[in-house]
Design a protein around this ligand. Structure first.
Ligand code: TXA
Ligand code: MG
Length: 331
């Protein structure tokens, strides 16, 4: 298959929207990561999405909408909390899990009775959804197991020749995927940590909000995450990665010495040293740095862990721990 490349001009978005309306696959920009867009109401488009990504089909897709009202067509009921959260954070990096209407096919939701809905903060994304005339499913537009794509070039690297089109939009501002928030239980629960934190949810809704216990530590077969995607070993670079945790000065010096030692042994070493005040920057750059390391055939990535306690740092550390296979050294 030849992949077509589109700009974010109205003309090009119209062509891309027509491809999605006809059942095709087009990668599109959002503020978090690039998504692999398809008609969310089409079972065959969902199957093609899993095939293009090489992704297990029990991992449900996020459905993107362009205006809040469209949530009514997808969700059986829209709790007050969802309205409050939409007022506070949409368009933005928050995905809400709600009970689905029958119109949303099981292929899209991985057989779950719920649907994950997001209104992205990207003009091009929302215009594309409008022009497609249907809600647009969008898993991250990477090959399964690769780091999420934060630029159209990352999408080209993974999916050129496997999908119908790629929209050459801006690099992503957020850099880690949206917070996935379950609103089907007694109180809101975060199934995947992201830029919207439990405090922010509580502030908007007045409801207590915590994390799904299954995402707090290492993947544990006894604890099944409620977001099926969280059980997979995501974001893995080809290189081995080790995290160092402790006082910033010590971490810096230990990493420096270890890098020197490993380079003397002939290893190609990359270092990721971002301070606590650079958490948002690390979020934006992390996946791109992993991809760079792969391109440069890095053998070993030494990275400073982010301090516990900060909620955004927790979300970034969730990705770093997965990439490092949970190897963390206390110094
Ligand atoms: O920022 C994002 O969310 C990006 C952009 C493109 O919007 N999308 C994204 O999609 O990261 P994906 O498919 O890579 O991750 C979706 C996550 C998975 O962990 C999946 O298991 C979970 O959301 N999820 C989707 N639908 C769900 C549902 N009905 N119940 C529980 N978890 C769900
Ligand atoms: Mg993904």
């Amino acid at each position: 298959m030849r992949t077509a490349y589109f700009t974010t001009s109205e003309d090009d978005l119209r062509k891309a929207g027509a491809i999605i309306a006809a059942g095709g696959l087009v990668a599109f920009p959002t503020e978090t990561v690039y998504g692999l867009g398809a008609d969310a109401l089409s079972p065959s488009a969902a199957k093609d999405t899993y095939a293009a990504k090489g992704r297990p089909s029990d991992n449900p897709l996020i459905v993107h909408i362009s205006a809040f009202d469209q949530i009514e067509t997808l969700a059986e009921e829209v709790p007050d909390a969802a309205k409050l959260l939409a007022d506070a954070f949409w368009p933005g990096p928050l995905t809400m899990v709600l009970r689905k209407k029958p119109i949303v096919p099981d292929e899209t939701t991985g057989g779950l009775p719920t649907v994950a809905v997001r209104l992205p903060d990207s003009d091009a994304a929302r215009r594309l959804i409008d022009l497609a005339g249907t809600p647009v499913s969008g898993p991250s537009a990477n090959l399964s197991g690769h780091p999420s794509p934060t630029s159209w070039q990352h999408c080209r690297h993974d999916l050129d020749g496997r999908i119908d089109g790629i929209i050459m939009g801006e690099p992503c501002r957020g850099g880690i995927e949206s917070t996935v928030l379950d609103l089907t239980g007694e109180k809101p629960q975060i199934l995947r940590p992201g830029l919207i934190t439990p405090e922010m949810v509580t502030e908007a809704t007045g409801l207590p909000c915590g994390y799904d216990p299954a995402i707090l530590g290492r993947p544990d077969p006894a604890l099944r995450p409620k977001a099926p995607g969280m059980k997979y070993r995501h974001y893995a670079p080809k290189a081995e990665m080790i995290l160092y945790s402790g006082p910033a000065d010590r971490v810096r010096s230990v990493i420096g010495k270890e890098a020197e030692k490993q380079r003397a042994l002939g290893k190609n070493v990359a270092v990721l040293l971002y301070g606590e005040e650079e958490t948002a920057l690390l979020a934006r750059e992390f996946f791109a740095r992993l991809r760079e390391a792969d391109d440069q055939n890095v053998d070993l990535i030494l990275a400073a862990a982010l301090p516990a306690g900060d909620e955004l740092a927790f979300s970034v550390m969730n990705r770093m721990l997965k990439a490092a296979g949970y190897r963390i050294v206390e110094v």
